[in-house]
Design a protein around this ligand. Structure first.
Ligand SMILES: [Zn+2]
Ligand SMILES: [Zn+2]
Length: 448
């Protein structure tokens, strides 16, 4: 078993993590207290950068606006293992620890990932590993995993600040993953019981919508007949979308949902502009596209009924994740060694969770794993989501990832090489960028 072969190296790395335990958890807690939304995680990113720099790492800051990357080199040869932590919070204004101005809260537990990322860097920063390991480890803190604030991000796109609307999508495009051969991260989960790893499974792909209904303002009391009510058009569209739900097939894991981010300007004026931000999810792109075509018809139906205009911008969301089974085996062996054989829940690889992640995009370019650690309470993205135990949320996954890196890079990085060879990437970076660029389209429809 590989974990027995490298037991002394791992134990030295674990000791380094244990010595820095309070500082590592302190970083995760500090980040929890400064929640920031996607592409705006400047304080968060700065906190992580300072810690990595204190370990002697050279940190490239402001990658994809607020991301960062640092590489620890054991030898000049490849491969490079990517260890990822996500920087952003999600907007849950009712969360007790939300930023009162922005409503941002770490209701998805990403702050724990950043604590783990730093802990892995600490564990690998010991002289004992310099001889036995080959290749490198890249630490990547990625912005904007939560696909929110679509209007704001479209503005950033128009001004040339970004091209894709999520952090990993953008970091792939910019080449930040070009020298990375395999990548992993561990996400927290509030499933019970605590202290387990959920390994395998898949996630939904998705398409994101920004939809603008444009009508005509008039006095809502004095001359409503002179106006064209964009809010009524949106209401018809949403009702039409709901009529489609009986056509959704169970096997597609379809999800259609959204919010109205602008419902009108003043109550005494017929709403002339309404903006809907929505999403269509499904277990593969064919399932997404099938439902997307119907949803787009419904947007037009709303405009047609009221005689207004609608502009539908369809934005490339995430690809379904393809966790790499051979890579998972290395992680599982280490999880068993660290947390016991009973700590693992295996999810079938065709079992799709309803949510989505931009690790899915990365998994189409290289072997990737995205296990979960159960270490939180409450509902993900809910007002009650909270890390219940930082030792389990931050330190435990870090130990498993350190063990995994050691197994991958020891013995001339034999295991990493084998995983990479077995893996069939779906796309090159250029093909991926082309695919996601082509998925972006705008439909104009005049309902008159
Ligand atoms: Zn989330
Ligand atoms: Zn998340």
């Amino acid at each position: 078993m590989p974990e027995q072969n490298h037991a002394s190296l791992k134990s030295a790395a674990f000791k380094a993590i244990d010595r820095a335990r309070d500082e590592i958890i302190g970083l995760a807690r500090k980040i929890y207290e400064t929640p920031e939304v996607g592409f705006e995680e400047t304080v968060t990113s700065g906190l992580v950068a300072e810690k990595l720099e204190a370990l002697g790492l050279n940190v490239r800051r402001r990658v994809a606006l607020s991301g960062l990357k640092a590489v620890r080199r054991f030898s000049a040869a490849s491969p490079t293992i990517g260890v990822i932590g996500e920087l952003d919070a999600v907007r849950v204004p009712g969360h007790p620890d939300a930023n009162p101005e922005t409503g941002a809260a770490h209701a998805c537990g990403h702050h724990a990932q950043l604590g783990s990322l730093y802990a892995v860097a600490v564990g690998l920063n010991i002289p004992e590993l310099s001889g036995p390991l080959s290749g490198s480890v890249a630490f990547l803190a990625t912005p904007a995993e939560e696909f929110i604030d679509v209007g704001r991000r479209l503005q950033r796109r128009e001004s040339g600040e970004i091209h894709f609307l999520s952090g990993k999508q953008e970091m792939i495009r910019l080449g930040a993953f070009d020298d990375v051969d395999l990548a992993m991260m561990v996400h927290t989960s509030s499933e019970e019981p605590s202290g387990r790893f959920i390994v395998g499974g898949s996630s939904n792909g998705h398409l994101v919508y920004s939809v603008r209904f444009t009508g005509r303002a008039s006095h809502a009391g004095g001359a409503p007949h002179e106006g064209i009510n964009a809010l009524q058009a949106a209401t018809v569209a949403l009702t039409a979308i709901n009529t489609q739900r009986e056509t959704f097939e169970e096997r597609d894991v379809t999800r259609v949902h959204g919010i109205i981010t602008r419902g009108g300007a003043s109550v005494n004026s017929v709403p002339a502009e309404v903006i809907y931000e929505g999403r269509v999810r499904g277990r593969n792109l064919a399932a997404v596209d099938k439902v997307a075509a119907r949803v787009e018809r419904c947007f037009k139906a709303g405009a047609l009924a009221l005689g207004c205009e609608v502009q539908v911008t369809a934005i490339p969301g995430y690809l379904p994740i393809r966790n790499d089974p051979a890579f998972d085996e290395v992680f599982v062996a280490n999880a068993k060694a660290v947390a016991g054989a009973g700590s693992i829940t295996r999810q079938p690889y065709d079992d799709t969770r309803g949510g989505s992640t931009d690790m899915g995009d990365l998994s189409h370019l290289m072997p990737v794993i995205h296990p979960y650690v159960t270490a939180a309470r409450g509902m993900t993205h809910g007002a009650d989501y909270k890390i219940s135990d930082y030792e389990t949320a931050v330190i435990l996954p870090a130990r498993v990832m350190v063990g995994t890196v050691i197994d991958l890079l020891a013995d001339g990085a034999r295991l990493a090489g084998e995983i990479r060879q077995k893996h069939q990437p779906a796309y090159s970076r250029a093909e991926y960028v082309r695919l996601q660029t082509e998925r972006l389209r705008t439909i104009q429809y005049r309902g008159q």
